[in-house]
Ligand binder design. Structure first.
Ligand code: R5P
Length: 315
């Protein structure tokens, strides 16, 4: 039975128009018009082109590259909603940029994820919906409800008939062990872990593989692929440990900056599965399979608009 949706508005920044359109289609609800432009000096100008007074509002925007631009659009849209007397304002941020800056790695460094949380609250955000946060404890930077959904079930549905028997789910570092466990449980697979020691923000060093990968196909999972460096090094470590040269990758956020494709051109690597939390811009990369999270986000918006539980969306 279809849930009756009380009136709400859905706005979207320019970060991922295809995802916004897919969410709108899944909801059977239009994206409300808004104008996002630049002043001649480069400053961002935002205008909501329809009233929001008293309406619950959802603002969809991934803070993916260009991160500062997309983040500022998000903050501007939320601020505009609040100043236009909107009801509850919920940001739907499928990819939460700066999430890797969740702690200080050295003295005299900022914690950018905490700064983003503070900014969101300062402009009047009431609720955040996001997906596979790099670190779940980022939720603690917010003093408002945060629903950190996961794309793992969606990715597993896609993967379950495509993996060879005996595939081992591999966490490319200690930070992804829980996520690897979630994949493994759904896929009925074993888990291995690549120990990674970070030398600097961009350089990493692999130490060893923990778990039995000898002559087994592997599925490396991660929350995001940015430069591909982590995956590239995990592939080298797995092959050195005797894994079968039949490796696949699944990650929620395909940030895929310039140069990633060449970093991931190893002959042992087959398909790379990501979702569309970040606008895909590698349309001619046959190995890259993009699975949409639009139905999941639409279901969350629909439930929240109807003030219903979204608990089962985490399962
Ligand atoms: C690291 O802790 C993250 O979970 C990812 O493994 C990492 O950020 C991916 O970045 P890249 O593709 O640049 O190695």
């Amino acid at each position: 039975m279809r849930i009756r949706i009380p009136p709400f508005s859905l706005f979207a920044g320019t970060g991922n128009p295809d995802l916004a359109a897919a969410v709108a289609r899944a909801l059977d609800h239009p994206v409300s018009p808004c104008t996002v432009e630049r002043f001649p000096d480069g400053e961002i100008s935002v205008h909501l082109d329809e009233p929001v007074r008293g309406h619950p509002v959802f603002v969809l925007q991934s803070t993916s590259p260009p991160v500062t631009e997309n983040l500022f659009q998000l903050l501007s849209l939320v601020d505009a909603c609040r100043r236009a007397a909107a009801g509850r304002v919920t940001a739907v941020v499928p990819y939460f940029g700066y999430a890797r800056s969740d702690k200080r790695h050295a003295r005299r460094e900022p914690i950018a994820a905490s700064m983003v949380a503070s900014l969101c609250q300062t402009v009047g955000l009431n609720h955040l919906v996001t997906l596979d946060l790099h670190a779940a404890q980022i939720e603690g930077f917010f003093h408002l409800p945060v629903d950190n959904l996961t794309a793992v079930p969606i990715l597993c549905d896609e993967l379950k008939h495509r993996l060879s028997p005996g595939t081992v789910v591999v966490s490319p570092d200690e930070g992804r062990v829980k996520m690897a466990g979630d994949f493994a449980q759904r896929l009925g697979a074993d888990v291995a872990v690549v120990h990674k020691q970070r030398k600097s923000g961009t350089e990493t060093k692999i130490i060893k593989v923990v778990g039995d990968v000898r002559d087994r196909p592997c599925l490396i999972i991660d929350d995001m692929i940015s430069t591909g460096g982590t995956i590239e090094r995990a592939i080298a470590a797995l092959l050195k440990s005797g894994a079968r040269p039949e490796i696949r990758v699944a990650a929620t956020h395909g940030v895929l900056v310039e140069g990633t494709r060449s970093a991931l051109s190893h002959p042992a690597l087959g398909e790379i599965y990501v979702t569309d939390t970040v606008a895909p811009h590698h349309r001619d990369w046959p190995q890259l399979k993009v699975i949409s999270v639009a139905p999941l986000l639409a279901a969350a918006i629909q439930r929240l608009a109807a003030r219903e539980s979204i608990g089962d969306l985490f399962q």
